[in-house]
Design a protein around this ligand. Structure first.
Ligand code: GLA
Length: 387
């Protein structure tokens, strides 16, 4: 690989799956690339436009190569890649370590090197690599094999592994060469799903870091139950509010998760745009050191539904997050002593509220805030002398 910064910070972009599932085509992808630029998402750092499953024909060609479905992609993948690049964006695609993808299109098992070469020829910059139909005896070698193929295909391709956190992947996935890896099952557009994925990740945060980030799955912000797949839409169970979406986004930012948007970015409302373009939260997510947050609670394996966490930032600031995943309003206390900053140091914290975009003033030694159900606060704090 030539680009030594590939995967240095959590990848940001858009992925077709949550909203479009199998109803993906060239028009949607081009329009989404247009929208990424016109809506200001690209200016905030979103760069990858990724086609998920269901883009190919059911058979390889006579040379064993993957071929795009000409009805969905009449101009071909290379032309689509060129279009996306012409907008200053990067292009991602999807395959799987088994002989079939999860939606039963051809997977890359036993074709890893030829597929990596094909992706490189097309101008692909990102590969999401799923885990369906993997032969049981393969263990984790298939992620290693595809990483080798990608690193030797002559193009910088970011490797997004997707084995859903199975087989304790946090313990070995970094060694394969993956730049990010799904550490969860699939997200659905509901608060229950956001909450259960979020709480399941607290015990895994120390495994996440630069060049291999834990991926809590694609964002559902702004979907409002709109998906071609009923299971993902989940609308019969519960629709998310904008507060739910905001907390979802803030948590993904604090956790250094990749930020892959899953809604239809061609039709975002103002609330969705505001959440996804919160530059203060994105700056925390993209901090160059990629340090994991620290959970200020006793048992990360069975975390409380409401908690504080903090993250050391490279410029000396501290990001302080307080999350309430419960259904009740909570009063939440924090002693600066617990961050390692008692008054005896002569220092205090000046806080900026990143969610509301306003100065919050000097924090007292004993901080106490009320957090509404499903809500959160994220403070970016600067260390100052006590006056
Ligand atoms: C799996 C992945 C999803 C999506 C689908 C596509 O379920 O976890 O993110 O890629 O496959 O079939």
């Amino acid at each position: 690989m030539d680009n030594k910064y590939l995967g240095l910070t959590p990848p940001m972009g858009w992925n077709s799956w949550n909203t479009f599932t199998e109803e993906i085509n060239e028009k949607v992808v081009r329009e989404s690339a247009d929208a990424m630029v016109e809506s200001g998402l690209a200016d905030c750092g979103y760069e990858y436009v990724v086609i998920d499953d269901c883009w190919s024909l059911r058979e390889r060609d006579k040379n064993g190569r993957l071929q795009a479905d000409p009805e969905k992609f009449p101009s071909g993948i290379k032309a689509l890649a060129d279009y996306i690049h012409s907008k200053g964006l990067k292009f991602g695609m999807y395959s799987c370590d088994g002989p079939l993808t999860c939606a039963r299109y051809p997977g890359s098992f036993d074709h890893e090197f030829i597929d990596a070469d094909t992706l490189a020829e097309w101008g692909v910059d990102f590969l999401k690599y799923d885990n369906c139909f993997k032969p049981a005896i393969a263990g984790n070698i298939l992620y290693r094999r595809m990483a080798m193929a990608l690193r030797n295909c002559g193009r910088d391709i970011l490797f997004s592994a997707c084995n859903w956190g199975a087989e304790e992947s946090e313990k070995w996935i970094r060694s394969t060469g993956a730049h990010m890896y799904r550490s969860t099952g699939d997200i659905r557009d509901s608060w229950q799903s956001i909450k259960s994925l979020a709480l399941s990740q607290i015990c895994k945060i120390s495994h996440s870091g630069s060049y291999c980030f834990n991926d809590i799955d694609m964002l559902v912000v702004g979907m409002y139950g709109k998906s071609t797949n009923e299971y993902i839409a989940n609308a019969d169970i519960s629709a998310c509010t904008d507060i739910d979406y905001r907390t979802h986004f803030a948590f993904w930012c604090m956790m250094n998760s990749p930020l892959m948007i899953g809604c239809d970015i061609r039709n975002m409302n103002e609330a969705t745009k505001k959440i996804l373009t919160n530059r203060d939260l994105i700056a925390i997510n993209q901090d160059i050191e990629g340090r994991s947050p620290y959970y200020l609670g006793s048992t990360p394996e069975t975390p409380r539904e409401y908690f504080w966490m903090y993250k050391m930032l490279s410029n000396g600031d501290i990001a302080l997050g307080v999350f309430n995943f419960s259904d009740k309003k909570r009063g939440m206390a924090l002693q600066l002593f617990d961050l390692g900053l008692p008054a005896t140091t002569g220092k205090c914290l000046r806080a900026y509220d990143c969610v509301n975009g306003e100065d919050f003033g000097i924090l007292p030694q004993s901080v106490y805030v009320h957090v509404e159900p499903h809500d959160c606060k994220i403070f970016r704090c600067r260390i100052e002398d006590i006056k």
